[in-house]
Design a protein around this ligand. Structure first.
Ligand code: UDP
Length: 250
């Protein structure tokens, strides 16, 4: 994967806790994706949330990913709050689940070829099927589960490459999904690659997305915790994020 210096961006980039975030709307993200697809290399998209920004403070691998990404969208209410506090407000939240949905929606018109890799056996296929029903003509050209060891990365990548995807969504959890993308981008040849965490579980109906009320109250984290108490470690990073942000002198 080739790295994308900030100077190539067509929109402003801000910094939160030393990490770059692009000041983009969903509409601008989709326009950027269109440009990426017309380019000649693999463009990594990161959707940055508060817990990711905290993890990156002490994890050089995460920091490297942010430096390499061609686009970093603001994926949580916490990130929007911090940006406002620093006097560099972001325009809106652009989450991974919403990007997957919007790219699927426009894929019929634009002809984008999309691949879904990840989640438990059957889940990516079911998510693809449901999205095809929702968006007629939605061009998901392949789907496969994400339970294989890193030693099999290149074999799986060959399988994915045969479908010639433009956009690769990988739902295998952080950082496994990013490591897969990095190790295989040359083999697969997709122009856009993005880690999407638990998105296929949501689209398949296996996991319910936070109801609008939780989203409006900026409490999606609480909904996720109620659905999956194992997420407690990730949720505990949120107070740390608030502390780190409050500590920065304005
Ligand atoms: N997963 C996978 N392969 C693995 C481990 C996990 O495909 O080896 C899938 C898992 O089934 C789930 C997704 O990766 O669909 C991870 O979702 P999660 O919400 O935990 O992601 P994160 O919190 O890392 O964004």
């Amino acid at each position: 994967m080739t790295s994308a210096p900030a100077s190539t961006q067509s929109h402003p980039r801000i910094e939160i806790l030393g990490l770059p975030i692009d000041q983009v709307t969903m509409k601008e993200t989709l326009a950027q994706i269109e440009q990426f697809i017309a380019s000649d290399r693999c463009n990594l998209i990161i959707t940055a949330d508060a817990s990711g920004l905290v993890q990156a403070q002490t994890d050089p691998y995460f920091q490297q990913l942010f430096a390499k990404a061609a686009l970093i969208t603001p994926d949580s209410a916490g990130v929007l709050w911090a940006a406002k506090r620093f006097g560099t407000p972001l325009k809106e939240r652009v989450s991974g689940v919403d990007i997957v949905q919007e790219v699927c929606r426009i894929s019929a018109d634009k002809g984008y070829r999309i691949y879904f890799l990840g989640a438990a056996p059957g889940v990516a296929e079911l998510a693809a099927e449901k999205l095809r029903l929702r968006f007629p003509g939605c061009n998901i050209v392949g789907a496969r589960h994400g339970y294989f060891p890193p030693e099999s990365d290149s074999v799986v990548a060959q399988e994915v490459a045969e479908t010639k995807p433009d956009v690769l969504f990988v739902a295998m959890g952080i950082p496994r999904q990013e490591k897969f993308i990095e190790a295989t981008s040359e083999i697969i040849g997709a122009k856009v690659a993005m880690g999407v965490g638990g998105s296929f579980d949501v689209f398949s109906g296996k996991v319910r997305r936070a109801p609008k009320l939780f989203q409006r109250m900026r409490m999606e984290w609480l909904w996720r915790l109620l659905q999956n108490p194992k997420k407690i470690g990730k949720v505990m990073l949120l107070p740390r994020f608030v502390m780190l942000v409050l500590r920065v002198k304005r």
